[in-house]
Design a protein. Sequence first.
Length: 268
Amino acid sequence: MSSLPLFAAVITAAGSSERFNRNRDIAVKKEYLRIDGHTVLYRASEPFFEIPGLAAICITCPEGGEDETIIALEDLVNVNSIPFLIIPGGKTRQESVAKALESIAKAAPEVEYVAIHDGARPFITPDLIIKTLATATITGGAAPAMRITDSVKRLGNDGMIKESVDRRNLIRVQTPQIFRFKDILEAHRKATGTEATDDIELYTAAGFACSVVQGSDENRKITYFSDIPDAEKQVEEYAKSLEEGRRSAKANRRMRELMYGFAEEEEQ
């Protein structure tokens, strides 16, 4: 395989996990819980570090949630060979990704491509990232996808089935979605205030082409409490250990601010 281009990764984790926490007394971000010893966010991020050419990574987080995000990233935050940015997201996913892209443009202007991945997809593999990135270098944009095998119906406003939908050209798109960096940055700058379901929507609306590669059923997104084994027990333990983790995260945050020049105002 020819060498891969310099690329950055954006891991989106700024959402509220509303569906995940529905009808629960204690709310926690699903990305902070663990599967087989590592957090969902760690598992969604770590495979990108195994890919040659990774030049920068940016994690989006809720406003005020940087310390908890640092805790969830475990020892990944000790990587200092590339810009490692953790930034508060915006009001929408589009705003969050746009902020991440602008941060990367300043910190690592040499990147040619960017992979945008859901922080709640912890089963991504290096092989799928490489396959998607290689395809993006040919077409400009690429994403893993799966064909729909179930019958598809359209509902009416009354909740009753109104018609059958031809599924032959329908697919389920996953992440990472990988694009030529300058093009997706341009697409986001044009789309200020747009409510897009994903970055492909913005990319193609701006006139750029995006292809697909074969996705994987394993590359699923954590959506509900039942998607994580022993989630109930983990929530209780997380609440107890959070304060201790915040102290070490604060020290790590100050170190990164000095390294990357994103210092926050001192607390009054």
